[in-house]
Design a protein around this ligand. Structure first.
Ligand code: HEC
Length: 236
């Protein structure tokens, strides 16, 4: 075997060993960064939904409550305010989602789907659980979610969510008697769920990895050419 061939083989082997190790390492770092990023995004959005809820309760509801006798205004309902605000946000960021998913909701749009029912089940089974999070896949795309339980802690909630007879008549005119009733104090009725698109971050990380791989391969190729140029000619 010529010395040139031997040098080239050793260089190739070294390149593959270094490229595989570096690829694995960079990929691990990217995955960690992606996860940290989506976790943070979900936490920020959850806090902003909670802010809309408390704004509604503290600053809007007291002004509109006196009108309740004549006309029911869903704008006083924190769940409605948070959901509507997020729907507006979604016009620009459609891959994000916020839902007050409930097993037996007042507004049918809040009805929990199968994945959401599983999350709510976790809170029902474990009442001490304050939040839960994880991955979920929709149309084969990776998302990350954060959820908090919706528990009836305040007796004031029962005024509208106990029996249809006890609920304001003006509310029943809009929502009917079908759902959102029979909730008990301390019962976990649903979960606030924020869903953020992890697949967008995954794609960005993959692009970056590809760029690094190309740069790495190009550097190696140039090195290989240069080394072959300076090596003495064919051995006899
Ligand atoms: C004045 C009546 C009223 C009171 C009091 C009230 N709610 Fe509601 N709630 C409603 C109405 C009406 C809706 C449906 C709003 C919509 O259209 O999105 C609703 C919706 C909800 C939803 C979303 C799921 C669903 O049923 O559509 C949750 C969760 C909820 N309420 C929890 C509570 C909690 C917790 C309290 C107490 C802190 C409370 N509600 C007090 C009337 C009320």
């Amino acid at each position: 075997m010529s010395i040139r061939l031997r040098i080239n083989l050793v260089l190739f082997a070294a390149f593959f060993a270094i490229a595989s190790a570096a690829g694995w390492y960079v990929n691990t770092i990217f995955m960690k960064q992606t996860n940290e990023h989506v976790v943070k995004q979900a936490a920020i959005l959850m806090e902003s939904a909670l802010a809309v809820r408390s704004y509604t309760v503290d600053l809007i509801k007291p002004h509109l409550d006196p009108l309740l006798e004549q006309k029911f205004l869903p704008q006083t309902v924190p769940a409605f305010a948070a959901t509507e605000t997020f729907e507006r946000f979604r016009k620009k960021f459609p891959n994000f989602k916020y839902k007050e998913a409930v097993l037996d909701p007042t507004n049918p749009r809040d009805l929990a789907d199968e994945q959401e029912r599983a999350i709510i089940g976790r809170f029902i089974e474990n009442p001490a659980l304050q939040d839960t999070s994880g991955e979920l896949f929709r149309s084969q795309s990776r998302f990350y979610y954060v959820a908090r339980p919706i528990q009836i802690k305040n007796p004031a909630c029962i005024a509208c969510h106990d029996t249809p007879e006890r609920a304001p008549a003006t509310m029943r005119q809009i929502y009917g008697d079908k759902g959102g009733f029979g909730w008990k104090l301390n019962q976990v009725v649903g979960a606030q769920i924020i869903v953020v698109p992890a697949f967008e971050q995954d794609a960005a990380a993959k692009d970056m990895l590809k760029t690094i791989a190309i740069l790495f391969a190009a550097t190696f190729a140039i090195l290989l050419v240069v080394i072959n140029l300076v090596l003495p000619g064919r051995e006899r």
